[in-house]
Design a protein around this ligand. Structure first.
Ligand code: MG
Length: 320
């Protein structure tokens, strides 16, 4: 069986730039794939690289697509090398999309409390939190490690004051804290019971320190950058990480490998978005929903990001 391959690069603009400890992000770029089987069935997939997180670059993904023949086989799709994790996800999910057209047509409708909503960094979070609360969100993520710690702690104090009682708040440092700052945040969180976890407080090379912090404080720690793809996740699982794993399916690599891992290892994990389009999002959500029963905890999934884009105004779909 051969599949005809077509692909289109896309760009989507954030409504307002996303600030993290890496800097400012204005435009999400990626590639939409379309596979057509010999019987005329089509499947869509998305490659959405995040190279500062350790995936391949957009250019590497494009180069990979360009060197493929116009007609590809299942064997090609399932032997994409591990250093191209977003290509693995895009091609495998496009292939799965062909196999399960019926499933895919059934759009998953979940209530807002199924998702964790991403707040903007800094003071802007205070107002947006209230709007998103009205929309039904009950779990929020706030980026820290962006400004000076003193400024962030002051805003945090206000944020905690306005937090409705049944809300969970996640703090995401994107590797941006020092060891001392991480201790400072964790000490403050000891007295606030609505902090669900602190995500990636320290850089990837500080695994041992994060492991120690996870034993020292009651607020759980989630690894994100450290476990950005399948081989990294296996590595830290083997090195004893039993805290939370953030899994971003779109950059993680092969869905079938992830399925296999989750079915054989009981882990505490949170699925999360990389601001992919609705094509990658659908595949990632489908995988998250399928694997949720295998996880140790039922946590809100980090796909509450649609308010960061004006989807109706986007033009990238016109190619399809
Ligand atoms: Mg994160």
């Amino acid at each position: 069986m051969y599949y005809q391959l077509e692909f289109y690069p896309y760009k989507r603009h954030f409504k307002q730039p996303l600030k993290t400890s890496y800097g400012i992000w204005n435009i999400r770029e990626g590639i939409i794939l379309q596979l057509t089987s010999e019987t005329g069935k089509t499947g869509l997939g998305e490659i959405s690289p995040l190279d500062w997180f350790g995936s391949e670059t957009l250019q590497q993904a494009l180069d990979f697509c360009h060197q493929l023949p116009k007609k590809i086989t299942k064997e090609i799709i399932f032997s994409i090398p591990d250093n191209l994790p977003t290509c693995k996800f895009g091609f495998e999910s496009a292939w799965e999309n062909i196999q399960q057209v019926k499933l895919e047509e059934k759009e998953q409708l979940k209530s807002s409390n199924f998702y964790s909503a991403l707040l903007p960094e800094g003071e802007a979070a205070l107002e947006i939190l209230q709007q998103l609360w009205q929309e039904g969100y009950r779990t929020f993520k706030w980026k820290i490690g962006v400004s000076k710690i003193q400024t962030e702690l002051e805003i945090f104090e206000q944020l905690v004051k306005i937090l409705p009682t049944e809300v969970n708040l996640r703090l995401d440092a994107n590797s941006g804290l020092t060891f001392d700052e991480a201790n400072q945040w964790l000490e403050i969180c000891e007295n606030i019971n609505r902090i669900e976890f602190i995500e990636q407080p320290l850089p990837v090379d500080k695994f041992q320190e994060m492991l120690n912090l996870s034993h020292r404080y009651s607020t759980p720690i989630a690894l994100d950058e450290s476990v950005a793809n399948f081989s990294k996740m296996q590595k830290y699982y083997q090195q004893g990480w039993r805290g939370i794993f953030v899994i971003k399916p779109a950059i993680f690599g092969s869905p079938s490998q992830l399925r296999n891992f989750c079915q054989n290892h009981p882990i505490d994990a949170v699925f999360s978005s990389v601001f992919e389009t609705k094509i990658g999002r659908k595949a990632a959500l489908q995988l998250a929903t399928e694997l949720q029963p295998n996880l140790l905890q039922n946590r809100a999934i980090g796909f509450g990001v649609t308010h960061w884009f004006n989807e109706e105004e986007e033009t990238w779909q016109e190619n399809l």
